[in-house]
Write a protein that binds this ligand. Sequence first.
Ligand code: FES
Length: 113
Amino acid sequence: MKVITNTGEILSEWIAACKLNQLKKGEMLDFDYKDKKILIANLAGKIYASDRICTHADADLSNGILTEDGVTCPLHLSTFNLKTGTPENLPAEIPLKIYNVKIEQNEIYIEVN
Ligand code: FES
């Protein structure tokens, strides 16, 4: 489904990213869509999606560690809360972009805009 303005501009759309049964608890997946590099994570059975590139210095968070606190960057170890995108510790200070997620019939959809 796309959200389109009266001038025809696409504000957002839901993109099928992967099957729910491909992402077990504690696992993360890369998902690229156009110019976006997205991280999809199964944190204790709940699915989250965020930008995949650390806001501090360009590290790929899919190479990091997923814990109950969020995802920890592999380079300088900032941990990002996957519900809010907020970095919980330095050196990262800028939040990650968080994407809305929905699940329909075993398919994980991400809302991109
Ligand atoms: S690159 Fe992620 S904390 Fe520095």
